[in-house]
Design a protein around this ligand. Structure first.
Ligand SMILES: *[C@@H]1O[C@H](CO)[C@@H](O)[C@H](O)[C@H]1NC(C)=O
Ligand SMILES: *[C@@H]1O[C@H](CO)[C@@H](O)[C@H](O)[C@H]1NC(C)=O
Ligand SMILES: *[C@@H]1O[C@H](CO)[C@@H](O)[C@H](O)[C@H]1NC(C)=O
Length: 443
């Protein structure tokens, strides 16, 4: 039996053919919500709307109800709650977490406000598309908890939720497989350490996510394989990335498609400094870059913001950048296309197809070092021996088209010293494309 979502997913895969082949199987919970019929409300386990610490009631409801019933839904009804006790929910199977309330951080303890571990056939969502977590990060900047970490979980989804102003990272998906993340609004401060989504594991699908912050938008961490990441709105953010790449890096078969970047540090960065292992078989398709972004396509294996790791460098191969349009702020000081590859381990089989990037200032350079393939300043060579960084001036691409913008684009990020308002979840994440799954409140 197919859920609506499974049917939509299969339709998407069927109609787009090989380009979406990065996923190797279905994603999301195996059991539809309609078959999860046992309600485990925090109100029955010591919690109340307006509670000063809803953490213990969530833990009670999980341990005494979710773990004791198959097909259980841990329920936090609409309303405002504070939370001082962080919760680790380990080992639930065939369950859901319906978070219709808004939970506000009320302690500076580090760690994760919510850690979900070894969940199987799991769904975390807000039925009203209005629930979520307010981190009030401005009160303990980079000295408090992360909001949510999902660890080693399988067949799960996270959707229709809002994550605001984490003191640290917002959402981390740590390994696991067959997760689906969608219809998420993440709004952090205009400062580093405010990561939106960091994701590792196998066969994950991320779509229809918007992020405001000044660090990772939706970023892939090693190890990672068979990801499809699409319809991402980085609305004043650090931007998307692969990295930072570690020692023994293992990233393959990743596709990003339809990424809209407004006023970010970059549209896509592959970042490392030393390290070993590989990143291969990656496609970055349909990127729009606007709003005075600093970099656009930025491969930097000598990234100075991280300390140098052991190893000669991570081997980057078979990476294609296709259908990119837009401009950066100053294309001479920060090239819109930059490949700074490790001299000991040059990049090979890099391919640019219809990449039309330019500069708001009216002049731009490409910059390449030890990078091989087709397009821009990439060298075509079978031998692939290293070469020094060289900038090449180029002319405005003839086929450049103006980048369509999204209503509601921010012109600046949110400050890091005052509270940040809770946004609503949008229904569009890329100009001209409908969201893949409607907001739950509209279903
Ligand atoms: C996850 O779902 C797939 C597809 O329904 C299923 O084949 C697989 O066994 C599930 N994984 C686990 C750990 O149950
Ligand atoms: C290169 O990567 C693409 C995915 O972007 C994949 O379909 C293709 O098979 C890879 N080519 C090789 C030679 O591995
Ligand atoms: C982008 O900014 C607009 C305007 O404030 C807002 O409506 C939208 O929710 C923002 N996106 C994010 C990720 O906050």
């Amino acid at each position: 039996m197919f859920s609506l979502r499974t049917a939509v997913a299969l339709t998407v895969l069927a109609f787009t053919g090989f380009v979406h082949a990065q996923l190797t199987g279905s994603t999301g919970p195996t059991t539809p919500l309609s078959s999860k019929t046992v309600t485990c409300s925090v109100l029955d386990y010591g919690g109340s709307v307006g509670s000063s610490d809803i953490g213990p009631a969530i833990l009670e409801a999980f341990e005494n109800c979710v773990l004791k019933n198959s097909g259980a839904v841990l329920y936090v009804p609409a309303g405002n709650y504070n939370m001082e006790t962080w919760v680790t929910l380990t080992g639930g199977t065939k369950w859901a977490f319906r978070l219709d309330g808004l939970i506000t951080r009320a302690s500076t303890t580090s760690g994760n406000m919510f850690a979900i571990e070894n969940a199987e056939d799991f769904e975390m969502y807000s039925s009203t598309s209005a629930g979520g977590i307010q981190g009030l990060g401005y009160q303990c900047r980079n000295a408090g908890p992360r909001l949510l970490r999902i660890i080693d979980s399988t067949n799960f989804s996270l959707h229709d939720l809002i994550f605001v102003d984490s003191p640290e990272f917002h959402i981390t998906i740590d390994g696991g497989s067959s997760g689906e993340l969608y219809n998420l609004a993440i709004r952090g401060a205009d400062i580093g350490g405010s990561d939106g989504v960091d994701i590792s594991g196998d066969n994950h699908w991320v779509h229809d996510v918007m992020v405001t912050n000044r660090d990772e938008c939706v970023t892939v961490k090693s190890p990672a394989s068979n990801f499809l990441i699409e319809q991402i709105w980085c609305n004043q953010s650090g931007g998307c990335a692969l990295g930072s790449l570690p020692v023994d890096c293992d990233i393959s078969n990743i596709q990003y498609v339809h990424v809209y970047t407004n006023g970010c540090n970059q549209a896509m960065m592959i970042k490392s400094n030393g390290g070993s292992g590989s990143v291969k078989n990656v496609l970055f398709d349909d990127f729009l870059v606007t709003g005075g972004s600093a970099y656009a396509l930025d491969v930097n294996q000598y990234w100075s913001s991280m300390s140098t790791l052991d190893g000669d460098g991570v081997a980057l191969s078979n990476i294609t950048f296709k259908n990119w349009d837009g401009t950066v702020a100053n294309g001479v000081s920060r090239p819109p296309v930059q490949f700074l590859c490790a001299d000991e381990v040059p990049c090979t089989d890099m391919t640019l197809i219809d990449v039309y990037l330019w500069s708001d200032t009216g002049s731009a350079v490409y910059k390449c070092e030890s990078a091989f393939g087709t397009g821009a300043c990439l060298h075509s060579s079978v031998a692939a021996t290293s070469y020094a960084a060289t900038s090449t001036a180029y002319n405005k691409p003839i086929s450049m088209t103006a980048v369509p913008t999204l209503a509601g684009d921010l012109t600046a990020g949110f400050g890091s010293t005052a509270s940040i308002a809770t946004p609503t979840i949008p229904s569009t994440y890329y100009p001209g494309l409908a969201q893949i799954t409607p907001l739950m409140k509209n279903l």
